[in-house]
Design a protein around this ligand. Structure first.
Ligand code: HEM
Length: 414
C-alpha cells in the first residue's frame, strides 16, 4: 500500500480515474481531502462493516481530537460542524433522526408521487415551449435542478419566493473549489437565511415538516434552536444537489447508451426503475461523504491497516459502486445487471439516507416522463464537452444540453 495519501481533486476533473487509483491503493487507503488526511474506504465489504461498527462515529465534537482547529481552516467545516443527526452518535443520533424520519416513510413518499408528477409535467411543458422557440434546453438547469427543489420546498412548506435565495448557497455547500473564506461566508449566509425562514414559519405555520420541527422544539424543547436550523440545512442540502445529480446521471447514461435506452423504452415501467438503480451503482451522486472517526483503534490486520483512535474515515461511495470484486464489468452501464441494487450509494447502517425512497421516486418519474415527452432527445454536445460539478462530494455534471435533432455524441457505448 502507498504511504503517500492520494490527493483528491477539489474539481473532480477525472472522477472515474481517481476512483480507480483509489481502489488500486487498497480496500482502505490514505487520502488527502483538502488538507485533511483520512482513511478512505472503497471496498464495499469494508465499507459495510465500518458503517455499522460502533467504534466509528460521525460526532466530530466528541470523537475528532482535531475538531477545533479543523473547523477554523477547512473549507468543508460545515460538514463536520453542523448540529443535527448527520453528526450525531448513538442515542443522540436516534433521537434526532426520529424527529424527521416519519416525514420520509413509505406512506408519505407514496403520497408525494402525484405531487412529483405534477411538478415534472409542468417543467417538461416549459422545456417543450423553450425547445419549440429554438432555445437550447439544459436538462440540468431546466429540469433536474428544478424538480428536487420544488419537491423539497413543498415538503418543508417554503414559499416559492424563497427558492432562488436558497438555491445558490445550498449548491455551494457541495462546491469543494471554494476557499475557506468563501465557504465560511456561504455557510453563515445559509444558516442566517434558514434562521429567517424559521421565524417566518413561526408566524405562518402550515401542514409541513418545518412546522412539525418547530413544534417539537418549542413544545418539548428536544431540539435547540441551532439543531432546528441545522436540521433544516441538512434536509434542504441532502435532498437537493444529490437528487439533481441522480436525475442528470440517469439521463446521461441512457442518452449515451442507445441499446440500454431501447430496453427502457420497450418496458418503461420496470426498466426505468432498473436504470435508476444501475445509475446509483455506477455513478453514485454522493461520491465521498465526510467524515467519520474511530472512537478507539480499529485493527484490520488482514489488509495491514490500523486506524488509530480519532483518525478520520471517509466513505468512498462512488469508488465502491464500481468495485470489480462485487460488480462484473463495473464500468458498463447495464440496466439488466442482476445485482445493481447491492450498491451502497445511499449509505448503510444507522445513517442510511432517510430520503432514498423519495429520491428514487423523483428520478423514476422524471426519467419516464422525460423519455415520453422527448422521444428523440440526444445530448447536444460531444461527450468530452460535458463538465463535472466542481465537487469531491457531489458526482454529476454542471450542464447537460440536449436537442431533439443532431447526432449522438461519439464515444457512446452500447
Ligand atoms: C440521489 C439522491 C440521494 C443520495 C445519493 C443520498 C445519499 C445519502 C447518503 C450516502 C447518506 C449517508 C451519509 C453517511 O454516510 O452518513 C445520506 C444521508 C441522509 N440523506 Fe440522503 N441522499 C439522497 C437524497 C436525499 C433526499 C431526497 C433527502 C431528503 C429530502 C435526503 C436526506 C438525508 C438525510 C436526512 C440523511 C442523514 C441521515 C442520518 O444521518 O441519519 N437524502 N444520503
Amino acid at each position: 500500500m502507498s504511504n503517500t495519501p492520494l490527493v483528491l481533486d477539489p474539481k473532480a476533473r477525472d472522477r472515474v480515474g481517481e476512483d480507480r487509483e483509489l481502489r488500486s491503493r487498497g480496500r482502505v487507503a490514505r487520502v488527502d481531502l483538502l488538507g485533511v488526511e483520512a482513511w478512505a474506504v472503497s471496498h464495499p465489504d469494508y465499507l459495510k462493516r465500518l458503517l455499522v461498527d460502533n467504534r466509528v462515529s460521525k460526532d466530530s465534537r466528541r470523537h475528532y481530537p482535531d475538531f477545533e482547529q479543523t473547523v477554523q481552516r477547512w473549507p468543508l467545516w460545515l460538514w463536520i460542524a453542523v448540529e443535527n443527526m448527520f453528526t450525531a452518535y448513538g442515542t443522540d443520533h436516534r433521537a434526532l433522526r426520529r424527529l424527521v424520519g416519519p416525514a420520509f416513510n413509505h406512506r408519505r413518499t407514496q403520497a408525494m408521487r402525484p405531487v412529483i408528477q405534477t411538478i415534472t409535467d409542468r417543467l417538461l411543458e416549459r422545456m417543450l415551449t423553450k425547445q419549440r422557440a429554438g432555445d437550447r434546453v439544459d436538462l440540468r438547469a431546466d429540469f433536474a435542478h428544478q424538480l428536487p427543489m420544488d419537491v423539497i420546498h413543498h415538503l418543508m412548506g417554503m414559499p416559492r419566493a424563497w427558492q432562488e435565495a436558497m438555491a445558490e448557497p445550498v449548491g455551494k455547500v457541495f462546491d469543494t473549489s471554494l476557499d475557506m473564506a468563501a465557504a465560511l461566508q456561504n455557510g453563515e449566509a445559509l444558516k442566517a437565511l434558514l434562521g429567517r425562514f424559521v421565524k417566518h414559519k413561526r408566524e405562518h405555520p402550515g401542514d409541513d415538516l418545518t412546522t412539525d420541527l418547530i413544534r417539537a422544539r418549542d413544545g418539548e424543547m428536544r431540539l435547540s434552536e441551532e439543531q432546528l436550523v441545522d436540521t433544516l440545512l441538512l434536509v434542504f442540502s441532502a435532498g437537493y444537489e444529490t437528487t439533481v445529480g441522480l436525475i442528470v446521471n440517469t439521463h446521461r447514461n441512457l442518452l449515451t447508451h442507445p441499446r440500454q435506452l431501447e430496453i427502457v423504452r420497450r418496458n418503461p415501467e420496470e426498466a426505468t426503475v432498473a436504470a435508476v438503480q444501475e445509475t446509483l451503482r455506477r455513478d453514485a451522486s454522493v461520491a465521498f461523504l465526510p467524515l467519520r472517526y474511530a472512537t478507539e483503534p480499529i485493527d484490520l490486520p488482514e489488509i495491514g491497516v490500523r486506524i488509530e483512535q480519532g483518525e478520520p474515515i471517509l466513505a468512498a461511495y462512488s469508488a465502491a459502486g464500481r468495485h470489480p470484486d462485487i460488480f462484473d464489468q463495473p464500468d458498463a452501464f447495464d440496466v439488466l445487471r442482476s445485482n445493481a441494487s447491492a450498491h451502497l450509494s445511499f449509505g448503510h447502517g444507522a445513517h442510511m439516507c432517510l430520503g432514498a425512497p423519495l429520491a428514487v421516486a423523483e428520478a423514476e418519474i422524471a426519467t419516464r416522463s422525460f423519455l415520453k415527452a422527448f422521444p428523440d432527445a440526444v445530448i447536444a454536445v460531444e461527450e468530452e464537452q460535458l463538465t463535472p460539478v466542481e465537487s469531491i462530494i457531489s458526482n454529476s455534471l454542471s450542464a447537460l444540453p440536449i436537442t431533439t435533432s443532431g447526432r449522438i455524441p461519439s464515444g457512446a457505448a452500447a
